[in-house]
Design a protein around this ligand. Sequence first.
Ligand SMILES: Nc1nc2c(ncn2[C@@H]2O[C@H](COP(=O)(O)OP(=O)(O)OP(=O)(O)O)[C@@H](O)[C@H]2O)c(=O)[nH]1
Length: 387
Amino acid sequence: MRVDWDEADQRALQQLVTKRFAMAAGTYGLALLLTWITVVGGFYQAPVDTALLCAGLILVSQLVFFWIFIRGHNLRFRDPSLTEPQVLVGLVWLTYFLFNLGSNRGSLLVLYLLVLMFAVFLPPKVFVRYAALALFSFIGLSLVDLQLERLVEPQAAILQASVLLVTLVWMCLFVGYVNRLRQRMRQRRFALQAHQETLRGMMRQLEDLAATDELTGLYNRRYFLKRAETEVNRLRKGHQSGLALIDLDHFKRVNDQHGHATGDRVLQSFAAVARSCLRDGDILARYGGEEFVLLLPSTDAEQFSACCERLREAFASAEPANTSLPCGQLSLSVGMTLLDAGDNLDESLQRADEALYRAKHGGRNRCEASWVDVLGSGAERSDGTAG
Ligand SMILES: Nc1nc2c(ncn2[C@@H]2O[C@H](COP(=O)(O)OP(=O)(O)OP(=O)(O)O)[C@@H](O)[C@H]2O)c(=O)[nH]1
């Protein structure tokens, strides 16, 4: 069965299964060493050719597995570590090896457990299947010996089979326990991941709250200053950003004549108008009271002036919802400046503030730029009445 893994999972998984393969291959190496000890010690009761053939087949089988792992073909299977085929190869090889040991096989019975150790993480049902295969293979060896009339000690064979049976039953119970433990751990991991996701969501909400002005939904001053500092530092030589302080005109009068609630709605109305005039990358924040601050990345004097002018006109002609204010009563003044690479944010805000001061004192409802000569012709000054 083909399973799709994402790339990071795939790499981590491949590392893990390759380590397991190395362990299995190492175990085969030790088992082959044992084979040759039995051959040299005279316990091996078949021609040496069979031991050589067996060693060769094991080597080939491991090379095939190695090729499968290296090419990543194992990832096509539900169990990418290929535990079942490995265990099957191990059981077949071990049974053949024990068959050739004749009556000496009892002392090497433990090797069945060694092979089955690789299967302890398989589902318990599958493990029971391989445990039964190991037991019946071993009993089968004694039956074949009996058939060939070379079963020297039948009682010893029965005892060995009983020991294997008891050990395998214990292992099956142990595997069931391990499996339940793993399931519980998996559930806890999922619960933990869900908690982490909730926490992350809450953190995002908190960050949004900490960055937002409650009344207007715009960014607040703290967030703006942090963000603007980053933008200023990011500014490359030859590029400019626009910075503007925007102040609603005679706002105290709105409050005094129409009430604080109406004043609040006017502030919200400004936020809505400004949002509709600005682009996504533009940063607008409530600087305090009825004062706002705007940062327009990657702009020049002409574009920035046009943008602020558009905003001024849009607000002057906006009719705030749920207020008794007639349109025409509302206006704003803007103080603009340009930021160059290496500029200091505080000094730039100071320049914008000075321009705003001029806009207020020049009659309000206008945009003034810090880059315009104060005593000059005022050609770049724009206002709602006449140039
Ligand atoms: N409704 C409302 N009013 C606010 C809020 N924050 C500040 N204000 C009011 O905004 C007014 C600002 O008044 P001033 O600083 O005198 O400025 P102004 O009346 O707009 O006059 P100019 O700026 O010179 O045109 C004050 O009356 C503040 O109480 C707010 O959140 N809601």
